[in-house]
Design a protein around this ligand. Structure first.
Ligand code: TPP
Ligand code: MG
Length: 657
């Protein structure tokens, strides 16, 4: 044998070409189903990536079409949102890579990076970086720091990423890519993975071991619960008279909806849903009390207030879920938390069941054999939910718009819901709509509700909707967006038009921030800075006439089909046309910023100025001082209450064996 025959096979490629080739070979697998992990790569090119990753994507498109399809975006932040929308709709089994140029292109992705990490959604960011050789420093757009030469704008990704690396030399690339893949495909760790690629390194050639480009399958794990922990959790739940489930995003990401249904029907424990958990069960399941927390329904919040054991499943327990730690008012309340992430499982001093929901729920159901809540408790949950549903339905056509000339938000939502098929997806992220949707949307399908509320990022709506539509071409995607959020990021409408990705945008024009306006008013800050108004020559303040913006014309100028609606019949007609259209559609509807939708009684802790020269602020502070007394620390260890095995349990039929 000659040396040549024994030498390991290598491929001579640039770093950019190696990245593209590697990404095209990554697969995820769960429950025996395998799919490409990267559906493609979004990118905006500048000097930092045009000749590196840009050249590599071109070469791949010509030589191996389809291996990593390239898509053009308008704004780097929005490209990350598209990836998040896509990955969430795909239950985190697939995502996109995103390449951006050095400096501002990279920095524009920071918001998206944080959003993905907060929401626990996998995205791979490939920001270009400053020259590794420093040969021409400072290059255009380089951030200089007097104390160090190895800092760039990209270091700002470190706290926003679950994995961060910078490839100063080609030899470092395999470890960086494999490290990123491990984190992206770990359900407990997933979020943003950032691999920074200096612009000179991207173009540099290297002899890569051929096996770097072998097909690689990443198993998305389903950690099983420890039997001892399941026994302890079952003991705690058996001690409960009024248990409640808080269903979070983890239920659906684990595709555990049927296991949840079975568990709920066997044990008779009612559920409340978080924003990410909405759709865990259909809205009309008799034991689904709907949204819980600050934007929760009176039904869920009443059950939560009396609950003695909370079983949290796949929830981060954000302040909206706990109503800023006031929702669970029973002094003896204890928590059991099923979660793949230890970080979440231990929250509220809960008994941590660190496991996948699809594995843990059947185990817990078996351990709870014979346990069932009492009829009257279940009936209470069902009747409270039905009462709320009647209020929601009434708000859909309460005649408000016909009386005042401006539609109420609830009327618009009713019309949107009516035109949608059960599997269609409603999308939102910020403003007054997420609260209304959380409480009032009647979700019929596990993937039919998509409100980004981990980061609640204005501007997510349209790009997020595009990602969802790419992930689910068999569903219509209805993006609900306020005028403020629309103005933040209408740019990706161009991307949707370019790619022929149908989304239906319903734009709620109320000339400013109705949500923050109402919040401001309730906190004694008089809606300051929340209306879009001219600066008045008389007062010198922003309280003049309504601004003459025409967002319908704006959307039309981007190539979108636009309908305008002012009345309910006009709106219904526009939505019906949008539903059957094959193009990108925007329905522009004028709504009243002051009309409040029906709501529950959840509190949200937003501190009010403790001293002030303004009367309204002082009144609000006095109210705040009262309300904050309801906050609870939730620190009691999660052991079964002493009385549990002996005392009378009016709501429980089965007792601990
Ligand atoms: C990027 C970003 N900036 C600021 C906020 C704070 N914020 C939350 S809602 C909102 C106003 C949203 O206005 P609009 O989209 O018109 O919805 P409306 O409140 O009128 O329903 C603001 C400024 C945010 N969530 N995201
Ligand atoms: Mg608005």
């Amino acid at each position: 044998m000659t040396d040549l025959e024994t030498a390991p096979a290598t491929l001579r490629l640039t770093v950019g070409q190696a990245v593209v080739k590697f990404l095209g070979q990554q697969y995820s697998e769960r429950d025996g189903l395998r799919c490409k992990f990267f559906a493609g790569c979004f990118g905006i090119f500048g000097h930092g990536n045009v000749a590196g990753l840009g050249q590599a994507l071109l070469q791949a498109e010509l030589d191996e079409p389809g291996v990593l399809p390239y898509h053009q975006g308008r704004n780097e932040q929005a490209m990350v949102h598209i990836a998040v929308g896509y990955a969430r709709q795909k239950d985190r089994l697939q995502t996109f890579a995103i390449t951006a140029s050095v400096g501002p292109g990279a920095a524009n992705m920071l918001t998206g990076a944080a959003l993905a990490t907060v929401n626990r959604i996998p995205v791979l960011l490939l920001p270009a970086d400053i020259f590794a050789t420093r040969i021409a420093s400072p290059v255009l757009q380089e951030l200089e720091q007097p104390y160090s030469c190895d800092i760039s704008v990209n270091d700002a990704f470190r706290p926003l990423s679950r994995f961060f690396d910078r490839v100063w030399r080609p030899e470092q690339l395999p470890a960086a890519l494999l490290g990123a893949m491990r984190v992206l495909t770990d359900p407990a760790e997933t979020g943003t993975a950032t691999v920074c690629l200096p612009e000179d390194v991207q173009a540099e050639a290297f002899d890569w071991p051929a096996e770097l480009f072998a097909e690689r399958v990443w198993r998305i794990s389903r950690p099983v619960p420890e039997p001892e922990v399941i026994r302890a959790a079952a003991d705690l739940i058996r001690s409960a008279r009024r248990p409640m489930i808080v269903a979070g995003g983890g239920v659906t990401y684990a595709e555990a909806n049927e296991e949840l249904r079975s568990f709920v029907e066997a044990t008779g424990i009612p559920i409340g849903e978080t924003q990410a958990g909405k759709g865990s069960l259909p809205y009309d399941h008799p034991l689904n009390t709907g949204a819980i927390g600050a934007t929760g329904t009176p039904a869920a919040n009443r059950i939560a207030a009396g609950a003695d054991v909370i079983l949290g499943i796949g929830t981060r327990y954000s302040d909206f879920t706990t109503a800023s730690r006031t929702a669970f008012a029973n002094p003896d309340v204890r928590f059991v938390n099923i979660n793949v992430a230890g970080l979440d499982a231990v929250k509220l001093a809960g008994l941590p069941v660190i496991a996948d929901a699809k594995r843990a729920l059947p185990a817990l159901q078996e351990a709870l054999a014979g346990y069932r809540t009492q009829d009257e408790y279940r009936q209470l949950a069902t009747s409270l939910a039905a009462e709320w549903d009647a209020r929601v339905v009434a708000s859909h056509s309460n005649g408000f718009g016909a009386r005042t000339g401006l539609l109420a938000q609830s009327e618009v939502l009713g019309a949107v819901e009516a035109v949608m098929d059960p599997r269609d997806v409603v999308v939102c992220a910020a403003g007054s709509l997420p609260g209304d949707l959380h409480g009032m949307w009647r979700t019929r399908d596990r993937k039919g509700y998509h409100v980004e509320y981990g980061f609640s990022c204005m501007g997510y709506e349209i790009p997020g909707g595009i990602g969802i539509a790419m992930a689910a071409p068999d569903r219509d995607v209805f993006v609900t967006v306020g005028d403020g959020s629309y103005l933040m990021m209408p740019t990706e409408l161009v991307t949707a038009v370019q790619e022929g990705i149908k989304i239906i945008v319903v734009l709620f024009q109320n000339h400013g921030y109705a949500s923050i306006g109402a919040l401001s008013e309730s906190l004694g800050a008089q809606r300051y800075g929340t209306k879009y108004r001219f600066r008045s020559p008389e007062s010198g303040r922003l309280d003049g006439d309504v601004l003459p913006v025409d967002l319908a014309a704006n959307a039309a100028s981007l190539g979108v089909t636009v309908y305008r609606a002012k009345t309910l019949p006009e709106l219904r007609e526009a939505l019906a046309k949008a539903k059957v259209s094959s193009t990108v559609v925007l329905v522009h509807v004028d709504t009243d910023p002051y009309e409040q939708s029906p709501a529950g009684n959840g509190w949200w802790d937003v501190p009010v100025a403790e001293v002030s020269t303004i009367d309204s602020t002082n009144v609000a502070r006095a109210e705040y001082d009262k309300l904050k007394l309801a906050r609870r620390p939730y620190l009691s260890p999660a052991t079964a209450a002493e009385s549990a095995t002996t005392s009378d349990h009016p709501y429980i039929e089965g007792k601990k064996p």
